[in-house]
Design a protein around this ligand. Structure first.
Ligand code: F6R
Length: 611
C-alpha cells in the first residue's frame, strides 16, 4: 500500500515520477505528491489520484533532475491535501515519502512536541521525518547517520525516500517490511515500490532487503546495513516487458486480466506439466517432496482471494494426497499462538508476495522450524525470498486491484503440487493421475471457450445491477468459488454479497431470500451436483432469483434458473478455474454498469503492506 517513486540522473525527473506513480496507483490513490530539487525543495501534493495532481500543477516550473513521488493509501490521517506525502521537516530542508506504518509514532511525536515541534499533518511520516531532523541537529551528524539512528528507534514497517535540500543530487532510501526496487541505469538511478516505473529505462534492478539503507546519486548506489557496514548490491536482470503492464486496447486492466487467463494458465503449466509423458517438473517442490509427503499437516496461509485459492487447494490436497490441510487467514494465524512443529509444511499463497500479514505469519512459522513453500506471483518479492522453496505462478503483472488471473494461476500451481505429491506418495491411482494431467492441460482451452460464451453476462449485469444484496452458493470445490464470486462483486460494485456453502443456507441465510434477492449458484456438474440442484429448488420455491454457473448442456439446472452462465464440462478438481471466470465477468460488468472505477475501487489497494 502506497506507491513510491524516485529518480536521480540527467533526465527530467517529473515526467518519470508521474508516469511511475500512475503505474503504482494500484497501491493506493487517496492522494498524490511530488518533491523536486529545483533550486531548493519544491513540494506539490493533493488529495486524489495522480491525474488530479497533474491538472492542479499545470504551468508550474517542474524542471528538476532529482525528485520523489508518492501515491497514498491512507493509514494515519484522512485522505487530504495536508496528509498527502511528501512531508517536509520543520526546517523545510528535508522532504520524505513513506510506505508503511510507524507503530510507535505517538511516543516519538510526544517527545518532539516536548521539544517544541509542531505538526502540520496527522501522519506518522511527518513524525519520523522530524525525528530524523532532530537527531541530525542534536548529534551534529550527517543525514545518513541520522536516518540510521532514527530507524533503530522505530517499530513498524517502512520504505522511506528522503531528499535533502543541501545535497540536491542524492536520495536516501531505507526499507523494512515494505518493498523497494532500485533500477540501475547509466549515470542514473530509479526507485520504485515495484519495477514498473523503471521498465522502459533499465532492466538492471536491485531488490533492497529489510534493514538496508541506500545512498543514491546519479553515478553511485551505496548500500549499507543499519550498522553502517557496506553491502554489495546484487544486481538482477528483470524479465518483464512494458506491454505486460499496459492495457493493450482493453477498457480496464481487470477486463484485460480476465481475458488473459487462457494464456496465463498456459504459461503457468508450460515447462512443468507434460500430460503425455505423465510428468510434473517443479524443482522447488521436488526438493521438499519427502517432507511434504510425510508432513503431519499442511497449513495454507493467505489473505483475501489467495485465501480462497487455499480453500480450493485444501479440498484438492486432502483428496489427492490424503494429508491433513488447514487453511488460515494470515492475520489471525500471526497473532494466535499456533501449534507449529518442526517439519510442518506451510504453503504461503500471495499474488504480490508483499502482504504484511502473510509475510509475518510465515516468518513466525519459519522460526519454529516449519518448511515454507511460497506460491507467489511477483518474482523477487519478499514472500518469495523468505520461502525455503516454492513455485511462481507466472501470471504476469496483475494491475487491476481485484485479483483475477492470479487466482486461476494459483489454482493451477496448487493443483500441480497436489498431483505431484499424490503421485509420489501413491495416494492417487495411475489412471486418475494421467486423467487429471490431461484435464489440467485442457484448462487454458476451456477458459478460452468460457470467455467466448460469456456475451450474455453483460446483459445480466444490466439486469441485476440495482440489487442491494447477492448470495453466492456452492458446494465442495465450488464453495470457495462462491466466496470468491461474492468478494469480487463487493469489491468492484460495492453491492453487499455473501458466499456460503450451499447446504449452510438452511441454517440462517435462507431468511434473506425473497423475490428481490439474486442467488448465484456455482453449480457445475460434480459429485455434489444433485444436492446443489435441490438447494436451487429451495431458493426457487421462495421466489429468489436464481443465477447459475452451469456445465454446458445441463438442462435441469438451466430450467431451475432465471439466468445461466455456462462453462464446458471438466473434472471437478479443475472446475474452479472455469467456474470462477463468469463470476469475475459478472462483477466486472456490474461495476462498469454502475459507472464505477473498477480498476481502482474505493478504499482498496492491491498490495496490503500494512496489517
Ligand atoms: C481481492 C484481492 C485481495 C488480495 C489479498 C491478498 O481481489 O485482491 O483480497 O487477494 O489482499 O493479496 P496477495 O495475494 O497479494 O497476498
Amino acid at each position: 500500500m502506497c506507491g513510491i517513486v524516485g529518480y536521480t540522473g540527467p533526465r527530467e525527473a517529473y515526467p518519470i515520477i508521474i508516469k511511475g506513480l500512475k503505474r503504482l496507483e494500484y497501491r493506493g490513490y487517496d492522494s498524490t505528491g511530488v518533491a523536486l530539487q529545483n533550486g531548493g525543495l519544491k513540494v506539490y501534493k493533493k488529495k486524489g489520484k495522480v491525474a488530479e495532481l497533474e491538472d492542479a500543477i499545470v504551468g508550474k516550473d517542474l524542471h528538476a533532475h532529482v525528485g520523489i513521488g508518492h501515491t497514498r493509501w491512507a493509514t494515519h490521517g484522512e485522505p487530504s491535501d495536508r496528509n498527502a506525502h511528501p512531508h517536509q521537516s520543520a526546517s523545510g530542508k528535508l522532504a520524505m515519502i513513506h510506505n508503511g506504518i510507524i507503530e510507535n509514532y505517538n511516543q516519538l511525536k510526544q517527545e518532539l512536541i516536548n521539544k517544541g515541534y509542531t505538526f502540520h499533518s496527522d501522519t506518522d511520516t511527518e513524525v519520523l521525518l522530524n525525528f530524523i531532523e532532530e537527531i541530525r541537529n542534536n548529534n551534529q551528524c550527517d543525514l545518513e547517520e541520522a536516518v540510521r539512528v532514527a530507524l533503530k528507534r522505530v517499530t513498524g514497517a517502512y520504505v522511506i525516500l528522503l531528499l535533502d535540500e543541501d545535497k540536491p543530487d542524492t536520495i536516501i532510501a531505507a526499507r523494512k517490511g515494505s518493498p523497494l526496487v532500485i533500477g540501475v541505469g547509466k549515470g542514473e538511478h530509479f526507485l520504485g515500490s515495484d519495477a514498473s516505473p523503471m521498465l522502459e529505462y533499465t532492466k538492471e534492478v536491485v531488490y533492497v532487503n529489510d534493514y538496508e539503507l541506500a545512498i543514491i546519486t546519479p553515478d553511485q548506489l551505496i548500500l549499507k546495513n543499519l550498522g553502517n557496514e557496506k553491502i554489495t548490491p546484487y544486481v538482477q536482470k528483470l524479465d518483464l516487458e512494458l506491454a505486460a503492464i499496459e492495457k493493450g486496447g482493453y477498457d480496464h486492466f481487470m477486463l484485460k486480466e480476465i481475458f488473459e487467463q487462457p494464456q496465463t494458465i498456459y504459461d503457468c503449466l508450460r515447462g512443468r506439466l507434460d500430460a503425455e509423458a505423465g510428468t510434473i517438473t517443479m524443482s522447488g517442490i521436488q526438493q521438499y517432496a519427502e517432507q511434504i509427503m510425510n508432513a503431519n499437516r499442511i497449513v495454507m496461509i493467505a489473505c483475501g482471494t489467495s485465501w480462497h485459492a487455499g480453500l480450493v487447494a485444501e479440498y484438492i490436497f486432502e483428496e489427492l494426497c490424503r494429508i491433513n490441510v488447514e487453511v488460515e487467514y494470515a492475520s489471525e494465524f500471526r497473532y494466535r499462538n499456533p501449534v507449529i512443529s518442526k517439519g510442518d509444511v506451510i504453503i504461503a499463497i500471495s499474488q504480490s508476495g508483499e502482504t504484511a500479514d502473510t509475510l509475518v505469519a510465515i516468518e513466525n512459522a519459519k522460526s519454529k522450524g516449519a518448511i515454507i513453500l511460497g506460491v507467489v506471483n511477483v518474482v523477487g518479492s519478499s514472500i518469495a525470498r523468505t520461502s525455503h522453496a516454492g513455485a511462481y505462478t507466472h501470471a504476469g503483472p496483475e494491475i487491476g486491484v481485484a485479483s483475477t488471473k492470479a487466482f486461476t494461476a494459483q489454482l493451477a500451481v496448487l493443483t500441480m503440487i497436489a498431483l505431484k505429491i499424490g503421485y509420489i506418495k501413491g495416494s492417487i491411482s495411475q489412471d486418475r493421475y494421467m486423467h487429471l494431467l490431461k484435464e489440467l492441460n485442457e484448462v487454458p482451452e476451456k477458459v478460452a471457450w468460457t470467455l467466448k460464451h460469456s456475451d450474455n453476462i453483460k446483459k445480466l449485469a444490466e439486469k441485476y445491477k440495482d440489487a442491494h444484496d447477492f448470495l453466492y452458493l456452492g458446494r465442495g470445490y465450488n464453495f470457495p468459488v462462491a466466496l470468491e464470486g461474492a468478494l469480487k462483486l463487493k469489491e468492484i460494485s460495492y453491492i453487499h454479497a455473501e458466499g456460503y456453502p450451499a447446504a449452510e443456507m438452511k441454517h440462517g441465510p435462507i431468511a434473506l431470500v425473497d423475490e428481490n434477492l439474486p442467488v448465484v449458484f456455482v453449480a457445475t456438474k460434480d459429485t455434489y451436483h444433485e444436492k446443489v440442484v435441490s438447494n436451487m429448488q429451495e431458493i426457487k420455491a421462495r421466489k429468489g432469483k436464481v443465477i447459475s454457473v452451469i456445465t454446458e448442456g445441463d438442462e435441469l439446472s438451466a430450467s431451475l434458473s432465471n439466468d445461466v452462465m455456462i462453462v464446458p464440462e471438466a473434472d471437478e478438481i479443475v472446475a474452479p478455474m472455469l467456474s470462477v471466470v463468469p463470476l469475475q465477468l459478472l462483477a466486472y460488468y456490474i461495476g462498469v454498469a454502475k459507472q464505477l472505477d473498477v480498476d481502482k475501487p474505493r478504499n482498496l489497494a492491491k498490495s496490503v503492506t500494512v496489517e
